[in-house]
Design a protein around this ligand. Structure first.
Ligand code: V47
Ligand code: SF4
Length: 394
Protein backbone atom coordinates (compact mmCIF):
# COMPACT_ATOMS: atom_id res chain seq x y z
CA UNK A 1 0.00 0.00 0.00
CA UNK A 2 1.39 3.38 -0.98
CA UNK A 3 0.76 6.09 1.56
CA UNK A 4 2.06 9.61 1.95
CA UNK A 5 5.21 8.18 3.64
CA UNK A 6 6.28 6.60 0.35
CA UNK A 7 7.44 9.83 -1.25
CA UNK A 8 10.17 11.98 0.33
CA UNK A 9 9.02 14.51 2.92
CA UNK A 10 8.31 18.00 1.59
CA UNK A 11 11.36 19.70 3.22
CA UNK A 12 13.66 17.11 1.57
CA UNK A 13 12.10 17.70 -1.84
CA UNK A 14 12.40 21.46 -1.52
CA UNK A 15 16.09 21.30 -0.56
CA UNK A 16 17.09 19.22 -3.58
CA UNK A 17 19.71 21.18 -5.49
CA UNK A 18 18.29 19.95 -8.78
CA UNK A 19 14.77 21.29 -8.15
CA UNK A 20 13.66 23.50 -11.04
CA UNK A 21 13.56 27.18 -9.94
CA UNK A 22 10.07 27.66 -11.39
CA UNK A 23 8.76 24.72 -9.39
CA UNK A 24 10.53 26.04 -6.29
CA UNK A 25 8.65 29.35 -6.68
CA UNK A 26 5.37 27.48 -6.97
CA UNK A 27 6.16 25.51 -3.81
CA UNK A 28 6.93 28.76 -1.98
CA UNK A 29 3.56 30.14 -3.06
CA UNK A 30 1.73 27.03 -1.87
CA UNK A 31 3.48 27.16 1.49
CA UNK A 32 2.63 30.87 1.81
CA UNK A 33 -1.00 30.10 0.85
CA UNK A 34 -0.80 32.28 -2.23
CA UNK A 35 -2.96 31.58 -5.27
CA UNK A 36 -1.37 29.79 -8.26
CA UNK A 37 -1.63 31.44 -11.68
CA UNK A 38 -2.64 29.63 -14.87
CA UNK A 39 1.06 29.58 -15.86
CA UNK A 40 1.88 27.90 -12.55
CA UNK A 41 -0.81 25.30 -13.19
CA UNK A 42 0.56 24.52 -16.63
CA UNK A 43 4.12 24.31 -15.29
CA UNK A 44 3.01 21.80 -12.65
CA UNK A 45 1.50 19.58 -15.34
CA UNK A 46 4.56 19.93 -17.59
CA UNK A 47 7.35 19.63 -15.06
CA UNK A 48 6.05 18.54 -11.65
CA UNK A 49 6.89 14.93 -10.98
CA UNK A 50 4.58 12.78 -8.87
CA UNK A 51 6.65 13.04 -5.69
CA UNK A 52 6.80 16.84 -5.90
CA UNK A 53 3.13 17.55 -6.62
CA UNK A 54 2.05 14.77 -4.25
CA UNK A 55 4.04 16.09 -1.29
CA UNK A 56 2.74 19.63 -1.86
CA UNK A 57 -0.87 18.50 -2.33
CA UNK A 58 -0.68 16.36 0.77
CA UNK A 59 0.61 19.36 2.71
CA UNK A 60 -2.43 21.39 1.57
CA UNK A 61 -4.85 18.51 2.25
CA UNK A 62 -3.53 18.09 5.78
CA UNK A 63 -3.55 21.86 6.39
CA UNK A 64 -7.24 21.90 5.39
CA UNK A 65 -8.55 18.58 6.71
CA UNK A 66 -5.83 16.78 8.67
CA UNK A 67 -6.29 13.05 8.12
CA UNK A 68 -10.07 13.23 7.83
CA UNK A 69 -11.48 11.45 4.80
CA UNK A 70 -15.16 11.83 4.15
CA UNK A 71 -17.68 9.40 2.73
CA UNK A 72 -21.45 9.23 2.69
CA UNK A 73 -24.23 6.68 2.51
CA UNK A 74 -26.03 7.17 -0.75
CA UNK A 75 -27.65 5.56 -3.73
CA UNK A 76 -28.27 6.69 -7.28
CA UNK A 77 -31.33 6.76 -9.50
CA UNK A 78 -30.71 6.92 -13.24
CA UNK A 79 -34.15 7.78 -14.66
CA UNK A 80 -33.17 6.87 -18.21
CA UNK A 81 -30.19 6.29 -20.46
CA UNK A 82 -32.10 7.52 -23.50
CA UNK A 83 -30.47 10.75 -24.59
CA UNK A 84 -30.92 13.33 -27.31
CA UNK A 85 -27.22 14.21 -27.17
CA UNK A 86 -24.28 12.42 -28.73
CA UNK A 87 -21.24 12.85 -26.45
CA UNK A 88 -18.45 10.80 -27.96
CA UNK A 89 -17.12 9.56 -24.60
CA UNK A 90 -20.48 8.21 -23.47
CA UNK A 91 -20.79 4.42 -23.23
CA UNK A 92 -24.14 4.56 -21.54
CA UNK A 93 -26.69 6.43 -23.59
CA UNK A 94 -29.02 5.25 -26.36
CA UNK A 95 -30.59 7.51 -28.94
CA UNK A 96 -34.36 8.00 -28.78
CA UNK A 97 -34.81 6.00 -31.98
CA UNK A 98 -33.09 3.04 -30.24
CA UNK A 99 -34.86 3.53 -26.96
CA UNK A 100 -35.99 -0.11 -26.72
CA UNK A 101 -32.28 -0.93 -25.99
CA UNK A 102 -32.28 1.41 -22.99
CA UNK A 103 -34.41 2.06 -19.92
CA UNK A 104 -37.02 4.69 -19.03
CA UNK A 105 -38.30 4.74 -15.44
CA UNK A 106 -41.66 6.18 -14.44
CA UNK A 107 -42.08 8.34 -11.34
CA UNK A 108 -43.71 5.33 -9.61
CA UNK A 109 -40.75 3.10 -10.44
CA UNK A 110 -38.30 5.68 -9.09
CA UNK A 111 -40.33 6.07 -5.92
CA UNK A 112 -40.15 2.31 -5.51
CA UNK A 113 -36.36 2.53 -5.60
CA UNK A 114 -36.49 5.15 -2.84
CA UNK A 115 -38.85 2.94 -0.80
CA UNK A 116 -36.35 0.06 -0.94
CA UNK A 117 -34.14 2.16 1.36
CA UNK A 118 -36.90 2.93 3.88
CA UNK A 119 -35.21 1.21 6.79
CA UNK A 120 -31.65 2.01 5.83
CA UNK A 121 -29.57 4.92 7.12
CA UNK A 122 -28.82 6.43 3.70
CA UNK A 123 -28.68 10.22 3.69
CA UNK A 124 -28.60 11.08 -0.02
CA UNK A 125 -30.19 10.15 -3.31
CA UNK A 126 -28.21 11.19 -6.41
CA UNK A 127 -30.40 11.47 -9.52
CA UNK A 128 -28.82 11.89 -12.95
CA UNK A 129 -29.51 10.36 -16.33
CA UNK A 130 -29.70 10.89 -20.05
CA UNK A 131 -31.76 13.68 -21.60
CA UNK A 132 -35.04 12.06 -22.60
CA UNK A 133 -37.25 14.25 -24.80
CA UNK A 134 -40.42 13.15 -22.96
CA UNK A 135 -39.19 13.62 -19.39
CA UNK A 136 -39.88 17.28 -18.78
CA UNK A 137 -39.74 19.77 -15.94
CA UNK A 138 -43.20 18.79 -14.63
CA UNK A 139 -42.21 15.11 -14.60
CA UNK A 140 -39.14 15.86 -12.51
CA UNK A 141 -40.99 18.31 -10.20
CA UNK A 142 -43.47 15.53 -9.45
CA UNK A 143 -40.58 13.14 -8.75
CA UNK A 144 -38.94 15.60 -6.35
CA UNK A 145 -42.22 16.33 -4.54
CA UNK A 146 -43.03 12.66 -4.09
CA UNK A 147 -39.58 11.77 -2.76
CA UNK A 148 -39.72 14.74 -0.39
CA UNK A 149 -43.18 13.76 0.85
CA UNK A 150 -42.15 10.13 1.29
CA UNK A 151 -38.84 10.73 3.05
CA UNK A 152 -38.18 14.33 4.04
CA UNK A 153 -34.80 13.53 5.66
CA UNK A 154 -33.29 12.17 2.43
CA UNK A 155 -31.17 14.85 0.73
CA UNK A 156 -31.98 15.13 -2.98
CA UNK A 157 -28.93 15.92 -5.11
CA UNK A 158 -30.01 15.87 -8.71
CA UNK A 159 -29.59 16.93 -12.34
CA UNK A 160 -26.73 18.38 -14.32
CA UNK A 161 -26.93 21.57 -16.39
CA UNK A 162 -27.14 19.31 -19.44
CA UNK A 163 -30.51 17.97 -18.32
CA UNK A 164 -31.62 21.31 -16.87
CA UNK A 165 -30.74 23.45 -19.89
CA UNK A 166 -32.87 21.16 -22.07
CA UNK A 167 -35.76 21.08 -19.54
CA UNK A 168 -35.84 24.85 -19.11
CA UNK A 169 -35.74 25.53 -22.85
CA UNK A 170 -38.62 23.14 -23.46
CA UNK A 171 -40.61 24.74 -20.63
CA UNK A 172 -39.75 28.21 -22.04
CA UNK A 173 -38.41 29.33 -18.67
CA UNK A 174 -35.29 31.28 -17.82
CA UNK A 175 -32.58 29.49 -15.87
CA UNK A 176 -33.55 31.43 -12.76
CA UNK A 177 -37.26 30.58 -13.11
CA UNK A 178 -36.55 26.92 -13.80
CA UNK A 179 -34.15 26.55 -10.87
CA UNK A 180 -36.65 28.19 -8.53
CA UNK A 181 -39.34 25.74 -9.63
CA UNK A 182 -37.10 22.75 -8.90
CA UNK A 183 -35.93 24.25 -5.62
CA UNK A 184 -39.55 24.73 -4.52
CA UNK A 185 -40.31 21.13 -5.53
CA UNK A 186 -37.55 19.81 -3.25
CA UNK A 187 -34.22 19.95 -5.06
CA UNK A 188 -31.49 20.56 -2.46
CA UNK A 189 -28.22 20.42 -4.34
CA UNK A 190 -26.64 19.54 -7.66
CA UNK A 191 -23.98 17.03 -8.64
CA UNK A 192 -21.03 18.10 -10.76
CA UNK A 193 -21.58 16.31 -14.06
CA UNK A 194 -21.79 17.63 -17.59
CA UNK A 195 -18.80 19.96 -17.26
CA UNK A 196 -16.38 17.76 -19.27
CA UNK A 197 -13.80 20.26 -20.63
CA UNK A 198 -15.16 23.77 -20.99
CA UNK A 199 -12.90 25.09 -23.75
CA UNK A 200 -14.83 25.15 -27.07
CA UNK A 201 -11.90 23.63 -29.00
CA UNK A 202 -12.29 20.45 -26.95
CA UNK A 203 -16.03 20.63 -26.34
CA UNK A 204 -16.68 20.80 -30.07
CA UNK A 205 -14.77 17.52 -30.50
CA UNK A 206 -16.21 15.48 -27.65
CA UNK A 207 -19.70 16.83 -26.90
CA UNK A 208 -20.61 19.47 -29.47
CA UNK A 209 -24.39 19.45 -29.05
CA UNK A 210 -24.99 19.92 -25.32
CA UNK A 211 -24.88 22.94 -23.03
CA UNK A 212 -21.71 25.01 -23.40
CA UNK A 213 -19.38 26.32 -20.70
CA UNK A 214 -21.30 29.56 -20.18
CA UNK A 215 -24.60 27.69 -19.88
CA UNK A 216 -23.13 25.19 -17.41
CA UNK A 217 -21.66 27.93 -15.22
CA UNK A 218 -24.83 30.04 -15.42
CA UNK A 219 -26.97 27.18 -14.05
CA UNK A 220 -24.59 26.50 -11.15
CA UNK A 221 -24.45 30.21 -10.39
CA UNK A 222 -28.27 30.32 -10.28
CA UNK A 223 -28.32 27.31 -7.94
CA UNK A 224 -25.77 28.96 -5.65
CA UNK A 225 -27.78 32.18 -5.64
CA UNK A 226 -30.78 30.21 -4.35
CA UNK A 227 -28.59 28.97 -1.49
CA UNK A 228 -28.00 25.50 -2.94
CA UNK A 229 -24.59 23.88 -2.93
CA UNK A 230 -23.21 21.91 -5.84
CA UNK A 231 -20.20 19.96 -7.04
CA UNK A 232 -18.08 20.39 -10.13
CA UNK A 233 -16.19 17.94 -12.30
CA UNK A 234 -13.68 17.74 -15.14
CA UNK A 235 -13.46 14.83 -17.58
CA UNK A 236 -9.73 14.48 -18.26
CA UNK A 237 -7.35 12.18 -20.07
CA UNK A 238 -8.58 12.17 -23.67
CA UNK A 239 -7.95 14.80 -26.38
CA UNK A 240 -7.39 17.80 -24.12
CA UNK A 241 -4.02 19.47 -23.52
CA UNK A 242 -2.76 20.43 -20.07
CA UNK A 243 -3.69 24.07 -20.64
CA UNK A 244 -7.31 23.08 -21.32
CA UNK A 245 -7.39 21.45 -17.89
CA UNK A 246 -6.02 24.59 -16.28
CA UNK A 247 -8.47 26.78 -18.23
CA UNK A 248 -11.31 24.54 -17.02
CA UNK A 249 -10.24 24.68 -13.39
CA UNK A 250 -9.74 28.42 -13.68
CA UNK A 251 -13.34 29.00 -14.81
CA UNK A 252 -14.61 26.98 -11.85
CA UNK A 253 -12.31 28.80 -9.45
CA UNK A 254 -13.57 32.16 -10.71
CA UNK A 255 -17.22 31.23 -10.23
CA UNK A 256 -16.38 29.96 -6.76
CA UNK A 257 -14.78 33.33 -5.91
CA UNK A 258 -18.17 34.91 -6.61
CA UNK A 259 -20.56 32.41 -5.04
CA UNK A 260 -18.71 30.00 -2.72
CA UNK A 261 -21.34 27.44 -3.69
CA UNK A 262 -19.13 24.53 -4.76
CA UNK A 263 -18.42 21.91 -2.12
CA UNK A 264 -16.29 19.51 -4.07
CA UNK A 265 -14.20 19.20 -7.20
CA UNK A 266 -14.17 15.75 -8.82
CA UNK A 267 -11.67 14.99 -11.60
CA UNK A 268 -13.21 12.19 -13.69
CA UNK A 269 -10.81 9.89 -15.53
CA UNK A 270 -11.90 9.14 -19.09
CA UNK A 271 -12.70 5.41 -19.48
CA UNK A 272 -12.62 4.10 -23.00
CA UNK A 273 -14.79 1.00 -23.27
CA UNK A 274 -17.62 0.88 -25.82
CA UNK A 275 -17.71 4.49 -26.86
CA UNK A 276 -16.74 6.58 -29.89
CA UNK A 277 -13.42 7.48 -28.26
CA UNK A 278 -12.41 3.87 -27.59
CA UNK A 279 -9.27 4.35 -29.72
CA UNK A 280 -7.86 6.83 -27.17
CA UNK A 281 -5.74 5.10 -24.51
CA UNK A 282 -6.68 5.71 -20.89
CA UNK A 283 -4.38 7.79 -18.68
CA UNK A 284 -1.89 5.96 -16.44
CA UNK A 285 -2.33 5.82 -12.69
CA UNK A 286 0.69 8.13 -12.33
CA UNK A 287 -1.10 10.71 -14.53
CA UNK A 288 -4.28 10.25 -12.50
CA UNK A 289 -2.47 10.89 -9.23
CA UNK A 290 -0.72 13.94 -10.69
CA UNK A 291 -4.11 15.21 -11.82
CA UNK A 292 -5.57 14.96 -8.31
CA UNK A 293 -2.54 16.57 -6.73
CA UNK A 294 -2.49 19.52 -9.14
CA UNK A 295 -6.25 19.97 -8.71
CA UNK A 296 -5.72 20.24 -4.94
CA UNK A 297 -3.05 22.89 -5.48
CA UNK A 298 -4.97 24.92 -8.06
CA UNK A 299 -8.49 24.83 -6.59
CA UNK A 300 -7.61 26.82 -3.50
CA UNK A 301 -11.18 27.95 -2.82
CA UNK A 302 -13.05 24.64 -3.18
CA UNK A 303 -12.91 22.87 0.16
CA UNK A 304 -13.08 19.22 -0.88
CA UNK A 305 -11.45 17.04 -3.53
CA UNK A 306 -13.26 13.81 -4.34
CA UNK A 307 -12.05 10.58 -5.93
CA UNK A 308 -15.10 8.76 -7.18
CA UNK A 309 -14.21 5.14 -6.43
CA UNK A 310 -16.72 3.45 -8.82
CA UNK A 311 -14.90 5.08 -11.70
CA UNK A 312 -11.29 4.73 -10.51
CA UNK A 313 -11.50 1.37 -8.79
CA UNK A 314 -10.99 1.07 -5.04
CA UNK A 315 -7.19 0.54 -5.00
CA UNK A 316 -6.50 3.67 -7.04
CA UNK A 317 -9.07 5.59 -5.00
CA UNK A 318 -7.14 4.56 -1.88
CA UNK A 319 -3.89 5.84 -3.42
CA UNK A 320 -5.41 9.25 -4.18
CA UNK A 321 -5.70 9.87 -0.43
CA UNK A 322 -1.95 10.54 -0.44
CA UNK A 323 -2.32 13.01 -3.34
CA UNK A 324 -4.73 15.65 -2.07
CA UNK A 325 -8.03 13.76 -2.01
CA UNK A 326 -10.14 13.93 1.17
CA UNK A 327 -13.44 12.43 -0.02
CA UNK A 328 -14.34 9.08 -1.58
CA UNK A 329 -18.08 9.58 -2.22
CA UNK A 330 -20.36 6.87 -0.98
CA UNK A 331 -21.70 3.39 -0.53
CA UNK A 332 -23.52 3.57 -3.93
CA UNK A 333 -25.18 0.14 -3.56
CA UNK A 334 -24.68 -0.83 -7.18
CA UNK A 335 -27.12 1.79 -8.43
CA UNK A 336 -25.13 3.48 -11.18
CA UNK A 337 -24.19 2.16 -14.60
CA UNK A 338 -22.25 5.09 -16.09
CA UNK A 339 -18.82 3.74 -15.18
CA UNK A 340 -19.38 -0.01 -15.33
CA UNK A 341 -20.57 0.48 -18.92
CA UNK A 342 -17.47 2.58 -19.68
CA UNK A 343 -15.12 -0.20 -18.52
CA UNK A 344 -14.38 0.52 -14.86
CA UNK A 345 -12.97 -2.38 -12.83
CA UNK A 346 -15.97 -1.83 -10.52
CA UNK A 347 -18.69 -3.68 -12.41
CA UNK A 348 -21.15 -3.76 -9.49
CA UNK A 349 -20.08 -0.79 -7.34
CA UNK A 350 -21.21 -1.26 -3.79
CA UNK A 351 -19.46 -0.95 -0.42
CA UNK A 352 -20.95 -1.12 3.02
CA UNK A 353 -19.96 1.36 5.72
CA UNK A 354 -17.44 -1.02 7.33
CA UNK A 355 -15.73 -1.73 3.99
CA UNK A 356 -15.47 1.98 3.11
CA UNK A 357 -14.21 2.91 6.57
CA UNK A 358 -11.58 0.14 6.49
CA UNK A 359 -10.47 1.12 3.00
CA UNK A 360 -9.77 4.62 4.34
CA UNK A 361 -8.10 3.34 7.51
CA UNK A 362 -5.79 1.04 5.53
CA UNK A 363 -4.49 4.15 3.78
CA UNK A 364 -3.64 5.69 7.16
CA UNK A 365 -6.54 8.16 7.27
CA UNK A 366 -9.54 8.87 9.51
CA UNK A 367 -12.90 7.87 7.97
CA UNK A 368 -15.69 10.31 8.74
CA UNK A 369 -19.23 9.86 7.50
CA UNK A 370 -20.71 13.12 6.23
CA UNK A 371 -23.98 14.28 4.78
CA UNK A 372 -24.20 15.86 1.32
CA UNK A 373 -23.15 19.30 2.54
CA UNK A 374 -20.32 17.98 4.74
CA UNK A 375 -21.95 18.07 8.16
CA UNK A 376 -20.10 15.34 10.03
CA UNK A 377 -22.27 12.39 11.04
CA UNK A 378 -19.83 9.92 12.63
CA UNK A 379 -16.10 9.41 13.00
CA UNK A 380 -15.18 5.75 12.31
CA UNK A 381 -11.50 6.01 13.24
CA UNK A 382 -11.75 3.77 16.29
CA UNK A 383 -14.89 1.80 15.55
CA UNK A 384 -14.37 -1.96 15.70
CA UNK A 385 -16.21 -3.95 13.06
CA UNK A 386 -17.24 -7.58 13.40
CA UNK A 387 -16.50 -10.08 10.62
CA UNK A 388 -20.19 -10.20 9.76
CA UNK A 389 -20.30 -6.41 9.40
CA UNK A 390 -17.29 -6.45 7.10
CA UNK A 391 -18.59 -9.33 5.02
CA UNK A 392 -22.22 -8.17 4.88
CA UNK A 393 -23.58 -7.38 1.47
CA UNK A 394 -23.38 -3.65 1.04
O1 V47 B 1 -20.62 14.36 -16.98
C1 V47 B 1 -19.41 9.87 -18.81
C2 V47 B 1 -18.68 11.40 -16.94
C3 V47 B 1 -20.23 12.40 -15.64
C4 V47 B 1 -17.59 8.74 -19.09
O2 V47 B 1 -21.24 15.39 -8.05
C5 V47 B 1 -17.41 9.61 -18.04
O3 V47 B 1 -20.99 13.92 -6.48
C6 V47 B 1 -15.28 8.84 -17.75
O4 V47 B 1 -20.64 13.86 -12.80
N1 V47 B 1 -15.38 8.01 -18.79
C7 V47 B 1 -21.45 12.14 -14.78
N2 V47 B 1 -16.27 9.66 -17.35
C8 V47 B 1 -21.07 11.63 -13.40
C9 V47 B 1 -20.77 12.75 -12.43
C10 V47 B 1 -20.64 12.45 -10.99
C11 V47 B 1 -20.35 11.17 -10.56
C12 V47 B 1 -20.26 10.93 -9.20
C13 V47 B 1 -20.45 11.91 -8.27
C14 V47 B 1 -20.76 13.18 -8.70
C15 V47 B 1 -21.02 14.24 -7.69
C16 V47 B 1 -20.84 13.47 -10.07
O5 V47 B 1 -19.62 11.16 -15.94
C17 V47 B 1 -20.43 13.00 -16.99
C18 V47 B 1 -19.10 12.68 -17.65
O6 V47 B 1 -18.15 13.64 -17.32
N3 V47 B 1 -18.54 10.31 -17.89
N4 V47 B 1 -18.84 8.91 -19.56
C19 V47 B 1 -16.49 7.92 -19.50
N5 V47 B 1 -16.56 7.12 -20.54
FE1 SF4 C 1 -26.30 12.09 -22.92
FE2 SF4 C 1 -24.89 12.55 -20.69
FE3 SF4 C 1 -24.22 10.50 -22.34
FE4 SF4 C 1 -23.81 13.03 -23.11
S1 SF4 C 1 -22.82 12.02 -21.35
S2 SF4 C 1 -24.75 11.40 -24.37
S3 SF4 C 1 -25.55 14.09 -22.21
S4 SF4 C 1 -26.10 10.68 -21.16
Amino acid sequence: MMTKETYPALPTILQEASLDQGLKKIADKVLAQERLSQEDGIMLFEKGDLGFVGALANHVRERMHGDKTYFNRNFHIEPTNVCVFTCKFCSYSRLYKNREDGWELSVDQMLHIVQKYDNQPVTEVHIVGGVHPKMDLNFFCELLQRIRAHRPDLHIKAFTPVELDYMFRKAKLTVEEGMKKLFDAGLQSMPGGGAEIFHPDVRSQICHDKVDAEGWLHIHRAAHELGMHSNCTMLYGHVEKFWHRVDHMDRLRSLQDDTHGFNTFIPLKFRNKDNDMAHIPESSIIEDLRMYAIARLYMDNIPHLKAYWPMLGRSTAQLTLAFGVNDLDGTIDDTTKIYSMAGSEEQTPSMNTAQLALLIRQAGRRPVERDTVYNEIKDYTDVEFSDSEILAKA
